[in-house]
Design a protein around this ligand. Structure first.
Ligand SMILES: O=C[C@H](O)COP(=O)(O)O
Length: 271
């Protein structure tokens, strides 16, 4: 079956699991092993959907050992990074350390970082630069809260976050960037934006990138949806032609459920 999400632009869908502050390093091994076995059993084709997990920092060395030791195809990243490379920044984690742990990706500006820790677009911008200094691909999270959505200002709000976070970025960096649209009101609530809402925002983000850069660059950026995504709704969400994957929180803690999301092509509604 041809992927309906990325066909003409050859964007490989990304199914990303953000474990948030769940799973210690022992539990991480069990969860990742189960996920890899489930995908292997299903003969998952990773070229049709890339699978990434984002464990807590303290799990990353164990995850690296398992991935390297068992030659797993699942890739991984961290949930945050410092905008600095080293120095007196107690509690912060350098992108240099993440690169050394084999991370491919790093989340930047997740709504929980923005709302709980007060991260600004300027800080996200500096963190994206730090990620690039260390060869990590940033997954930039943007999205509006409920009041903004109810006021009908969700597109303008989200695009402003996008512009602020990527200011000054070169086109080739934008082409490899992953943007995750996560409406805050849909995170961990069971409320899921409709497939139409996800596609509306993904298209608006792509159009904004095309305006800031050019069509060819914007056509390469992968845009994900996040917020109460699960196997039952992933197929519909991923029907959107500009939606190139999902950033999954709660449902990524269940290996079977997350593997089923990665196998979303089975859930696509075909004519
Ligand atoms: O990073 C993931 C998002 O915050 C979505 O979380 P959720 O799937 O638990 O709603």
């Amino acid at each position: 079956m041809t992927s309906q999400t990325n066909g003409q632009f050859d964007r490989t869908p990304l199914i990303a699991g953000n474990w948030k502050m769940n799973m210690d390093h022992v539990q991480a091994i069990t969860l990742l092993q189960k996920l890899a076995w489930t995908l292997d059993d299903a003969k998952h084709d990773y070229s049709r959907a890339e699978v990434a997990v984002f464990p807590p920092f303290t799990d990353l060395r164990s995850v690296q050992s398992l991935v390297d030791g068992d030659d797993l195809r699942v890739v991984y990243g961290a949930q945050d990074l410092s905008d600095k490379d080293s120095g007196a920044y107690t509690g912060d984690i350098s992108g240099q350390f993440l690169a050394k742990l084999g991370c491919t990706y790093v989340l930047v500006g997740h709504s929980e970082r923005r709302t709980i820790h007060g991260e600004t677009d300027e800080q996200c911008n500096a963190k994206i630069a730090a990620a690039h200094r260390h060869g990590l691909v940033p997954v930039l999270c943007v999205g509006e809260g409920l009041e903004v959505r109810q006021a009908g200002e969700h597109v303008a709000f989200t695009l402003e976050q996008l512009r602020g976070s990527i200011a000054g970025l070169e086109a080739e960096r934008v082409a490899e960037l992953v943007v995750a649209y996560e409406p805050v009101w849909a995170i961990g609530t069971g409320e899921v934006a409709g497939p139409g809402d996800a596609q509306e925002m993904a298209a608006a983000i792509r159009a904004e990138l095309a305006g800031l850069y050019d069509e060819a660059t914007a056509a390469k950026t992968r845009i994900l949806y996040g917020g109460s995504a699960k196997a039952a709704n992933a197929g519909a969400i991923l029907q959107g032609k500009d939606v190139d994957g999902v950033l999954v929180g709660g449902a990524s803690l269940d290996a079977g459920e997350f593997a089923s999301i990665a196998r979303f092509e089975q859930h696509l509604v075909t004519d």
